[in-house]
Design a protein around this ligand. Structure first.
Ligand SMILES: Cc1cc2nc3c(=O)[nH]c(=O)nc-3n(C[C@H](O)[C@H](O)[C@H](O)COP(=O)(O)OP(=O)(O)OC[C@H]3O[C@@H](n4cnc5c(N)ncnc54)[C@H](O)[C@@H]3O)c2cc1C
Length: 616
């Protein structure tokens, strides 16, 4: 039988354990096997990602590369620097590849990319093999796959790994540099993204993974680090506490717990694939089956993974519009402030990746910027947002609190603004889970009990009376009496003096000058008033009852419906304020230079969708 020359393309499956795609590659006849990762400009430039997430990725790459070398001292993870769409055809030829193998990805962009790459492989006479492995079941055939056995055979993998073929010789063709526009990560980097500049094999010509500085980002601030070895160790540690793992009930875990947190913190490993969700599922299931009084889905640990599968499957069905309102038939249209810029006639709008939006209300923009900066004047919300930015992770109920506050429970700002911020800062950012959960929390899809609203005061108090979590993340208040820690504006002067803090101003983000040392901002609104305004507005929006794919949403006549229904709070009509990719809404320039909004013609995502439609 002919020898198979396999190109194994690692993406978000950065592990050796329980990988069906990897197994499929190893099952081929007498395979020689080259494991690669290549930087995809879509993620480098056209979707947001903080240095923390890049660090996590590098950790995963390094760990994976070491594991491969342990199996075969002459091999490693070969990290390449070019877009897969242009690079892979060259590799097929240069390395005389017979099979391209990768784990399937149901994300809208990834699907389009993978279709294009598979077509290129077919043209080059290369057979493409793909397998599901990111989710518990095949998202395209959830029920059919239910009960499918997990492949958890690391021993098998190690045995087969010894048969890996020789290291291929370095490449000798020209590298094609991707188009960096739009580069949504430029503001976060300290210097330029270098890898595309150093040739396909990297600065030392050895295909090694980068260090963060080479990617242009400042050092990561997160304490949470990546890698399959670490993920498996974490899993062992979690399961060693049998009572905790078997009786886990999500609603009873505290969002205020830190060091250690109250949930597993495995989500970034699930995102990068350094931990197989099926391994996690079955190991928990195994424990649960022999444990008396174990919890059950949806509250249990396995139940959490079912939520994840649910969002993946929903995205798989809806496609690109799933991560936005525009064109999404399942996402309720609500006239929130700060709506995304959308180009009529495009499938994805420009929001899906660009993050550009209309500032219809300066007030809403200021609230949004204060929310993002952790300077709302509500210590519970600010602590969570600061933890999110610094650590790249917050507890699920913490995400509930900040998401509800930004949307239907305070600011009435579009959920897509919040999802954009999460996209940038979360280590575990997953388009399907992020958009799905934001829709859930804003009551635009999946969940409709909009009258159930989180208080930014009582919710924190419920979990953490003493305010330990707030003191950790809002050090301005660390010495404040617990009585006032969630409502510092109510503290008498004597208590504030004792704590060495003054409650004043708007954090420097509300148009009233800079934030002063030793101060913590006043609350940006009266929460009870805002809750009422939001509730009324949600009620009307539910009465109107239109969805993102409605023609009236697209042609703007939705406004008449809402006006007729007596909607109070809603998107303002005159989108005369532009340039919404700003960090500070109080910039005098913005206030004085109003100009008509420039709508971008077409986003890169649209171009991808179009291109693949043509190609398929
Ligand atoms: C507004 C908002 C945005 C979110 N964005 C993301 C995101 O981008 N990526 C992401 O993975 N999760 C997201 N979540 C879901 C959830 O908050 C995180 O998965 C969870 O907090 C991760 O912590 P953990 O690993 O300790 O979870 P655990 O409670 O230990 O759960 C175990 C695993 O189940 C999965 N999981 C748990 N809850 C959910 C859920 N509600 N939806 C999907 N998967 C879940 C995760 O993979 C997690 O690692 C979001 C939630 C909200 C409210």
């Amino acid at each position: 039988m002919k020898e198979a020359r396999v190109l194994y393309w690692f993406r978000t499956d950065l592990r050796l354990h329980d990988s069906p795609a990897l197994q499929a590659a190893l099952d081929l006849s007498r395979p020689s096997y080259t494991p690669i990762f290549t930087f995809d400009p879509h993620y480098v430039y056209h979707s947001k990602g903080s240095g923390n997430r890049w660090q996590f990725l590098l950790d995963c790459q390094n760990d994976l590369s070491e594991s491969i070398t342990k199996l075969n001292p002459r091999s490693q993870l070969f990290v390449l620097r070019e877009a897969p769409q242009t690079l892979l055809p060259k590799l097929f030829k240069a390395w005389r590849i017979t099979h391209l193998v990768f784990e399937r990805d149901t994300d809208a962009y990834a699907r389009a990319r993978d279709r294009a790459v598979s077509d290129l492989a077919r043209t080059a006479g290369v057979e493409t093999l793909t397998r599901y492995g990111r989710t518990l079941w095949d998202s395209d055939a959830v029920v059919a796959q239910h009960g499918g056995k997990p492949t958890m055979s690391i021993a098998q993998l190690q045995a087969a790994g010894n048969k890996v073929g020789p290291i291929p010789t370095p490449l000798d063709f020209e590298q094609e540099r991707p188009d960096a526009d739009p580069d949504l990560n430029a503001p976060v980097r300290e210097s330029e993204f270098q890898p595309y500049k150093t040739g396909i094999a990297g600065p030392h010509g050895d295909f090694r993974p980068e260090v963060l500085e080479e990617l242009g980002f400042p050092p990561a601030t997160t304490p949470h680090r990546g890698g399959e070895t670490r993920a498996l160790r974490m899993l062992d540690h979690i399961l060693a506490d049998e009572e905790y793992a078997a009786k886990f009930q999500k609603p009873k875990t505290s969002p205020a717990a830190f060091e250690p947190q109250s949930t597993t913190l495995l989500s970034p490993h699930h995102h990068f694939g350094s931990l197989s969700p099926r391994l996690f599922y079955w190991r928990v299931q195994d424990l649960v089956s022999r444990f008396k009084g174990a919890s059950t889905p949806p509250e249990s640990l396995t139940g959490q993974l079912l939520f994840r599968d649910m969002y993946f499957a929903a995205q798989a069905a809806i496609g690109a519009p799933f991560t936005q309102t525009h064109n999404n038939p399942h996402c309720r249209f609500i006239p929130w402030h700060l709506p995304s810029k959308v180009e009529a006639g495009t499938e994805t709008g420009t929001n899906a990746i660009s993050g550009e939006y209309h500032v219809d209300s300066l007030q809403a923009e200021r609230w949004f910027q204060r929310w993002k900066a952790g300077l709302t004047g509500f210590p519970w919300i600010d602590a969570l947002m600061r933890q999110l930015k610094h650590d790249g992770w917050i507890h699920h109920l913490g995400r509930h609190a900040v998401a509800c506050f930004l949307t239907r429970g305070g600011c009435y700002v579009h959920w897509e603004r919040g999802a954009d911020v999460f996209e940038e800062w979360l280590l575990d950012h997953e388009p399907a889970c992020n958009a799905g959960n934001w829709q859930w929390l804003s009551c635009t899809a999946f969940f409709s009990q909009y009258f159930r609203c989180y208080s930014p005061i009582a919710f924190g108090q419920k979990w953490d009376k003493e305010g330990r979590f707030v003191r950790r993340w809002v050090p301005e208040l660390k010495d404040l009496d617990a009585k006032y820690i969630y409502e510092p504006w109510k503290a008498p002067l004597s208590a504030l003096d004792k704590a060495g803090v003054r409650i004043e101003g708007d954090g420097g983000l509300g148009g009233n000058g800079k934030r002063e040392e030793g101060t913590y901002p006043e609350p940006m609104f009266d929460f009870n008033e805002r809750r009422k305004v939001c509730l009324d507005a949600m009620k009307t929006a539910y009465q109107v009852g239109i969805y993102g794919d409605d023609e009236r949403v697209k042609n703007g006549t939705w406004r008449e419906l809402f006006e007729a229904a007596g909607q109070g709070e809603m998107q303002e009509e005159d989108h005369t304020f532009s340039d919404a990719n700003v960090d500070h809404a109080d910039d005098a320039e913005h206030a004085s230079h109003k100009r008509k909004v420039q709508v971008k013609k077409e986003g890169p995502m649209d171009r991808h969708v179009k291109k693949t439609k043509k190609e398929v």
